[in-house]
Design a protein around this ligand. Structure first.
Ligand code: LIP
Length: 277
């Protein structure tokens, strides 16, 4: 089993690097942009091309494996986790950045076996940082071991979050309400970079103390859940329970104390679950 997982990780790294090169080259070219669930939920031909590349490469190597991919789900595929080995793929995390030529974009590939996340690969393609994690075997960035922050005090925290793509005025107000509550603690600061997967890598690397978001998807957090966990951090539900990959909400932090203090401040923003259809 150990050898198999190592082989899966190697295959995921290889295809991630290939995908990263395509994204890097396409970043500054003209794109065909379409919208999905809202006017700010974007997709380009590169998202689709890269997702097809990843799925065809991995399914050639591992024909019995299943796939949950952001663009396949957008095209009507189901988003259901089974006991079978399932690759959970975000071909471009940070599509809005990508559309604007902003160089903060990533490929994210996680693998679940028997509904447990076993490995994760996230590639920040422009800065060429490759984050990897395997359950029980540590998390690394370009081979360097990662360690999450040990900060336990929210009033000393730098926090990342994302606005997501919802533009419904009530939901937007709630996003800002949560930020306001955290700033009034007062947290040191809140930053938004435009890629939830990369935010989570920053938590794993200890670059920031925490991340939270309502409205992200399973493919934004599957790979990162392994990387953050292996870096000594934690990912939990915004209400304080265990992480639910399909729930579209998360709090991640270097310490449980930090995560719980954030949970205490957050007021829920409702999103439809990823596995609701
Ligand atoms: C997006 C993330 C963004 C987050 C959105 C969304 P996409 O993924 O990058 O940071 O706020 O909820 O999931 O669409 O770029 O892959």
């Amino acid at each position: 089993r150990d050898e198999l997982l190592e082989e899966y990780l190697k295959a995921a790294v290889q295809v991630t690097l290939e995908a990263g090169q395509i994204i890097r080259e396409a970043l500054t070219s003209e794109k065909r942009v379409q919208t999905k669930s809202s006017a700010a939920d974007l997709v380009t031909e590169t998202d689709q091309l890269v997702e097809n590349l990843i799925i065809s490469t991995l399914s050639n190597k591992f024909p019995s494996h299943r796939f949950i991919g952001e663009e396949s789900v957008a095209a009507g595929e189901k988003c259901i986790l089974t006991d079978d080995p399932t690759w959970i793929i975000d071909p471009i995390d940070g599509t809005c950045n990508f559309v604007h030529g902003t160089p903060v974009v990533a490929v994210s590939i996680g693998l679940s076996v028997k509904k447990e996340l076993e490995l994760g690969v996230i590639y920040s393609c422009v800065e060429e940082k490759l984050y990897t994690g395997r359950k029980g075997h540590g998390a690394f960035c370009n081979g360097q071991k990662l360690q999450a922050s040990t900060q336990t005090d929210l009033s000393k925290a730098l926090i990342l979050t994302e606005l997501g793509s919802i533009r419904d005025p009530v939901a937007v107000k709630m996003l800002f309400n949560n930020m306001e509550r955290l700033l009034k603690v007062p947290a040191h600061g809140i930053r938004i970079v435009g890629s939830a997967a990369l935010d989570l890598c920053h938590v794993a690397a200890g670059d920031v103390d925490a991340f939270y978001q309502f409205g992200l998807h399973c493919w934004d957090m599957a790979a990162a859940a392994v990387i953050v966990g292996e870096a000594g951090g934690i990912m939990i539900d915004t209400a304080g329970g265990p992480l639910d990959l399909m729930s579209r909400r998360v709090v991640a932090a270097g310490t449980l104390e930090m995560a719980y203090q954030i949970v205490k401040e957050l007021q829920p923003v409702a999103y439809e679950r990823d596995d609701s259809t």
